[in-house]
Design a binder for this molecule. Structure first.
Ligand SMILES: Cc1cc2nc3c(=O)[nH]c(=O)nc-3n(C[C@H](O)[C@H](O)[C@H](O)COP(=O)(O)OP(=O)(O)OC[C@H]3O[C@@H](n4cnc5c(N)ncnc54)[C@H](O)[C@@H]3O)c2cc1C
Length: 483
């Protein structure tokens, strides 16, 4: 009994497997003790992490003296290392903030001053002629710009998935489809978490529950204001010529957001958006798009780049920013011993995540007396990706396993071998395959490959096709056989 209690005191429950919780679990696995990662969805990274601008920000948008400013700059510096270790795409392409009228010059100068105070490297102010020379495709009315070379782009869900894979390899217990419904506190300290499946004695709890972080804090009796979902709508374009996507383009920011952007994606597309609209409590977590929001996203993007290839739009979607009252992240220790916040993860939460994870894991390890584990490995073996592979390497892959020669998703050239590997690594749904392999992410948006992905999922997991879903319970694609 005594040894059970001792063991529980060295156990940490991380609530939420978005990019923040995933990286925290991975960092905690550097230390001794046990780590449980609870996620209510059937897969990793399906919350805020799934739908955002995917920019690794430089930090100049943040206010000096804030946690978001400090951790954005620190997170940006960690990104190349973390993405290299985990085999996740990261491209440091830089960004321009465009001033499109004389009245906007001061805002760009202010961003540079803020950035320099925060220690953002390489910032430079450019005049209109220099911007037109570098970026012939942007609005010719541009009068000045801030150039920020450290801005990058990544794939947030790929980072969350890779971090969880690496965390599990290092001993973290992943509990998918398991919602935390209670946090037991006795004598002012955390003792256990309860889920639909059972109760787990723990010495520490990390609240990385995204939009639900205010409700998780309430379960532990930690008073926090409501998190406001702030919806951002986007248009996604594919197959965009490189001349139209050399760098991220920002307008000058609004009091509410960074404005509507033109963002290259790591796989050759462009994102236009996001808009910014706060949801009322009765709207819940509504992620549907609206005609008005999408028109605003397109108009805002056209203000930066007048000649956008709108015929290449393949998808509209929306994400919800978890906006904390006060505007800054909620981080670290709270009034309840053992209950830690990693919450209020508005933008730049993705960028800051590696730095948040490193700092918070060290804080928890210190509080629980956990030592570093010499056997920790930061490296994950990335799965083979056929698209972009030189022909000789593709041939070698096919020689090893002929399934890498059978194309399933024609738009993104994804093979049966890659889908089988994704299933081996944990994909159980059509979206699970899509987010791991990009099958269904291309021009036809799954129109020609979804049935084959479904059949492969059924074959590889020994289920009937009727039992395979898009996103878990309630999203089956087929309801029965007609013959
Ligand atoms: C429109 C938009 C644009 C953005 N652009 C950028 C950007 O370009 N750069 C940047 O740095 N940041 C950006 N962000 C912010 C960034 O996306 C977030 O900070 C980050 O994804 C937050 O990750 P998270 O892990 O905290 O949350 P989430 O990804 O939401 O993860 C929380 C998880 O907790 C789970 N959960 C909730 N309740 C429970 C429970 N009771 N039990 C178990 N699990 C639970 C949820 O299912 C979810 O998977 C943007 C956000 C939005 C919405």
């Amino acid at each position: 009994m005594a040894s059970n209690a001792k063991r529980a005191r060295r156990r940490v429950a991380v609530i939420g497997a978005g990019v923040v919780g995933a990286l925290i679990a991975r960092e905690l696995s550097r230390y001794g003790g046990e780590v449980f990662l609870f996620e209510r969805e059937v897969d990793v990274g399906w919350g805020v992490t799934k739908a955002n601008s995917a920019i690794v920000h430089a930090g100049f948008h943040e206010q000096p003296g804030t946690a978001s400013g400090r951790l954005c700059v620190a997170g940006n510096a960690l990104f190349p290392e973390v993405c290299r270790e985990l085999g996740v795409p990261f491209q440091r392409i830089g960004a321009y903030v465009l001033a499109l009228a004389d009245g906007e010059r001061a805002a760009v100068e202010d961003l540079r001053a803020r950035g320099e105070e925060l220690g953002v490297p390489g910032l430079a102010l450019l005049d209109g002629d220099e911007v037109r020379r570098r970026l012939p495709h942007v609005n010719p009315d541009v009068v000045a710009a801030l150039w920020a070379p450290t801005v990058g782009i990544t794939e947030p869900w790929a980072l969350a998935l890779a971090a969880v894979e690496n965390a599990v390899d290092n001993g973290v217990a992943l509990h998918l489809g398991e919602e935390v419904t209670g946090v037991a506190v006795e004598g002012g300290r955390v003792r256990a978490v309860t889920t639909g499946w059972g109760t787990y004695g723990v010495g520490a709890v990390v609240n990385a529950a995204g939009l639900a972080a205010d409700r998780i804090a309430a379960l532990a009796g930690v008073p926090v204001p409501r998190i406001t979902p702030r919806r951002g709508e986007y248009l996604l374009l594919v197959d965009v010529p490189p001349s139209l996507r050399p760098a991220v383009l920002f307008p000058v920011p609004t009091p509410h957001s960074k404005g509507i952007l033109v963002v290259p994606t790591v796989d050759g597309g462009l994102l236009l958006g996001p808009t910014a609209a706060d949801l009322a409590p009765e709207e819940g977590e509504a992620t549907e798009t609206t005609a008005e929001g999408l028109a605003r996203a397109l108009a805002g993007a056209r203000r930066l780049v007048p000649a956008l290839p709108v015929g290449n739009v393949v998808k509209a979607f929306a994400g919800l920013r978890p906006e904390p009252a006060g505007g800054d992240f909620w981080l670290g220790r709270t009034g309840v011993r053992g209950f830690y916040q990693a919450a209020g993860m508005r933008s730049p939460g993705l960028t800051a995540a590696p730095a948040i994870a490193r700092g918070l894991a060290a804080e928890i390890a210190c509080d629980l007396g956990l030592a570093l584990r010499p056997s920790f490995s930061p490296l994950r073996r990335p799965p083979p990706r056929v698209a972009g592979l030189p022909p000789a390497e593709w041939d070698a892959l096919i020689a090893r396993d002929p399934r890498y020669g059978r194309i399933v998703c024609r738009c993104n050239r994804v093979t049966e071998g890659e889908i089988v590997e994704a299933i081996r690594r944990g994909a159980r749904t059509v979206d699970g395959v899509k987010f791991r392999t990009r099958a269904g992410f291309g021009r036809c948006q799954g129109g020609t490959c979804t049935d084959r992905v479904l059949a492969l999922l059924a074959r590889e997991t020994g289920r009937d096709p009727e039992e395979v879903s898009v996103q878990g319970p309630g999203s089956a694609l087929v309801v029965g056989r007609v013959r």
